[in-house]
Structure formats: structure tokens, C-alpha cells
Design a protein around this ligand. Structure first.
Ligand code: PLP
Length: 385
């Protein structure tokens, strides 16, 4: 049999999906609380579902333009621009099945052999996977607990050089919930421009924020020619399974990403795009309720974890994850994550699922009910007792 392409050995994965399968399999033997997967436990707001049903009935079941439906690109440009206090044009928008393809497509479009890409570590595992897959050199920047998991801008400046093609930033961040300040973003933009590097700003949690106002690197106009923003509908509207996301970038880049999409998956489903128009223009009460509820759960899980001996947990300002330091338990984080699942029935992820600098930490998603979070806290305490 002929060998697989060499690049396949460099492809990583997102362990959350593997743990989900393992945890589901355990359910026949024991009760399992799912704190592993990053997905709101709320249903998609009714008016969005109704809009999708209506779109199917109206015949929105055919191929659409690769860049996305023009009316949705316009609505996104306006909505995303208002959220960030910036003016975007529809020709800057490419709509994709979820936000994830923007990550892959931007890296495909920019990174070639030998290019360095700086990415947050601990961070979303797909960054490192796609950088390496495309032949680039992943250059991790460590996010430190003592800095509330914001990247150190001085360290960033020391890592950027003429080989740096791309800098990936993610705020609010997965897995730490860390949020970058306006000043951090200004310095990051400056560091990138010094060496003409691109920035991929993963802003998928732009509306899952509990403190202050959302700050985007796009508020610095000088970075616009080198900027790709990633955002989408999955987290804000509890639409993980619908698969609609988008990128906002210079028009030439938006066109290239749409061309990659033509090659890979033609377009994003058209009836889901029609429903997203309603997501943007419809009532906000359900999304507001979701964020208020996440905040309540965050406080419960942070207080609960901090009362468990060996756990030390920061209170994150955004996203729906906590990333406690568990070094003082004396147990390796991978061993502890397995033990919490297999002995306690609490599905969670070892910090190392998010890179080498996640060692000593565990990630819990608190996109689950207060009842289940309390149950999980009791189970964790029992396993450690
Ligand atoms: C940081 C980050 N970026 C992007 C994504 C991908 O989102 P989507 O489901 O819209 O593809 C996720 C999903 O968990 C995420 O945590």
C-alpha cells in the first residue's frame, strides 16, 4: 500500500471530542457530568429555529455563493462593526460552516514551510495542529496564571521576527477564560506591524463576557490590512450544531478564503444562513439570559473549586471555561482528568490538551446546569478525599 502524505503525521486534533466519546460510553455504567465540551447547554432561540424552518419551506435548500449569501454578509458587516466600533464592508466577510474553517483557511492562505506562527499556549489545540499541518513552525507564547492568562506583550515582542507570518490571538480565551486589555491589543498590533506579520484574532467568544466591554484588535485601524477576525454564531446563539461562522478581513483575502471554500466545501448551508439573519436582527433576551446564567455558574464553580484542597482557580472574565491550577494535589493533570472521569464520573480535560504550558491545570466547561455543576464539585471532592 502506498504511504500516506507526510503532512498527516503533523495533524493534531481536539481532544474534547475524544473525551466526549469516552464519557458517553461510561454512561451505561455510571452517572457522568459533562464538563468537557465547549458548548452552551441552552437550546437555540426559538425565533432562529422558526426562521430556518421557514427558509427550508421557501426553498433555501440549494447551493449558495461560496463567500456567503450577500444579505448575510451585509448584516454581519454591520453587526460585527457595531459590536467593535469599526466600519466593515460586506466584501470583507466570508461565511463558513462554523468559525473553525476561518482558522484553517487563513493558515492555508498564509503559512508555508518555514514560516513562524505565534499562538497562545495553553490555547485552542487546532491552532498548533493547522500550523504544523501546513508546514509552518508553531511558536507558542505562554499564557501565565499570574498574568490572569493574558499573553505577555514584551515576550511577544521578543518572539516576533522577520520569519513571523502570523500571530494568533484569542480573547476571551479558551481554555483559560482570559481576556486581553485594549492596551495589550494595541501592543500586539504594534508588534505584528513591526515585522509586517498578519494577525488572526479569534473572537468567537466576543459576546460571552462578564466584565467590562469587549475589546477587539480591529479598533486599531493600522492593523486592518493584516487582520483576519474569526467570529460566528455557535457560542453566542447556542448554535454549535448549525455550523455557521465567519471571517472579516481585507477584501482580497476574503475572496481568497471564499476560493478555498469553493475547493473544499462549496458553501455554507443556505437555510442556516437565512436563519442567522434572524439571529442578528431578532430579540436579544435569550442570549442575554444565557450570558447572565453563565456568569452565575462561573461564580459557583470558581468558589467551589477554590474550596477543594489542592485546587487554585482564577475567576475568568469571559468564555465559559475555568482553568484551575491543580499542582498542589500532587497528581499529574492527565492522571487526574482520567481519574475524575473514571472514578468520579466528571468529564473534563487535562490542561495538556491545550498545549505543553497547560501542564498542571484542568479545564472544566461550565456550560452546564447549576445542579450538575454542584454535583460535579461534590464528585471531585470525593475523588480527591
Ligand atoms: C477558541 C475557539 N475558536 C474557535 C472555535 C470554533 O468554533 P465553531 O464551532 O464555530 O467552529 C472554538 C470552539 O470551541 C473555540 O473555542
Amino acid at each position: 500500500m502506498k504511504r500516506l502524505a507526510e503532512r498527516m503525521s503533523r495533524l493534531g486534533t481536539e481532544t474534547a471530542f475524544d473525551v466526549l466519546v469516552k464519557a458517553k460510553a461510561l454512561e451505561s455504567k455510571m452517572e457522568v457530568v459533562h464538563l468537557e465540551i465547549g458548548e452552551p447547554d441552552f437550546d437555540t432561540p426559538k425565533h432562529i429555529c422558526e426562521a430556518a424552518k421557514q427558509a427550508i419551506d421557501q426553498g433555501w435548500t440549494h447551493y449558495g455563493p461560496s463567500a456567503g449569501l450577500p444579505e448575510l454578509r451585509s448584516a454581519i458587516a454591520e453587526y460585527a462593526g457595531n459590536l467593535r466600533g469599526v466600519k466593515f464592508n460586506p466584501d470583507q466577510v466570508t461565511v463558513t460552516p462554523g468559525g473553525k474553517p476561518i482558522m484553517a483557511f487563513a493558515i492555508m492562505a498564509l503559512v508555508e514551510k518555514g514560516d513562524e506562527v505565534i499562538y497562545p499556549n495553553p490555547g485552542f489545540p487546532i491552532y498548533e495542529s493547522m500550523i504544523a499541518f501546513m508546514g509552518g513552525k508553531p511558536v507558542p507564547i505562554r499564557l501565565r496564571e499570574e498574568k490572569e492568562f493574558r499573553l505577555d506583550t514584551e515576550e511577544l515582542a521578543s518572539l516576533v521576527n522577520k520569519r513571523t507570518k502570523l500571530i494568533i490571538v484569542n480573547s476571551p480565551q479558551n481554555p483559560t477564560g482570559g481576556v486581553l486589555t485594549k492596551e495589550d491589543l494595541r501592543l500586539i498590533a504594534g508588534a505584528a506591524l513591526k515585522h509586517d506579520a498578519w494577525v488572526l484574532a479569534d473572537e468567537i467568544y466576543s459576546e460571552t463576557l462578564y466584565e467590562g466591554k469587549f475589546e477587539s484588535i480591529s479598533q486599531f485601524p493600522e492593523i486592518h490590512p493584516n487582520l483576519v477576525i474569526l467570529d460566528g454564531f455557535t457560542k453566542t446563539y447556542a448554535m454549535t450544531g448549525w455550523r455557521v461562522g465567519y471571517g472579516i478581513m481585507p477584501p482580497r483575502m476574503a475572496k481568497l478564503l471564499a476560493q478555498i471554500q469553493t475547493n473544499v466545501n462549496s458553501c455554507t448551508a443556505t437555510f442556516t444562513q437565512r436563519a442567522c439573519l434572524d439571529a442578528l436582527s431578532g430579540p436579544r433576551d435569550e442570549t442575554n439570559h444565557m450570558v447572565a446564567e453563565f456568569k452565575r455558574r462561573r461564580d459557583i464553580i470558581v468558589d467551589g473549586l477554590n474550596s477543594i484542597p489542592g485546587f487554585r482557580c482564577k475567576k475568568p472574565a469571559g468564555a465559559f471555561y475555568v482553568f484551575p491550577n491543580i499542582e498542589e494535589t500532587g497528581i499529574d493533570c492527565e492522571v487526574l482528568a482520567d481519574r475524575l472521569l473514571e472514578q468520579g464520573g466528571v468529564a473534563c480535560l487535562s490542561g495538556t490538551c491545550f498545549g505543553e504550558f497547560g501542564k498542571g491545570f484542568i479545564r472544566f466547561s461550565y456550560a452546564n446546569s447549576v445542579e450538575n455543576i454542584k454535583k460535579a464539585l461534590e464528585k471531585i471532592e470525593k475523588v480527591l478525599a
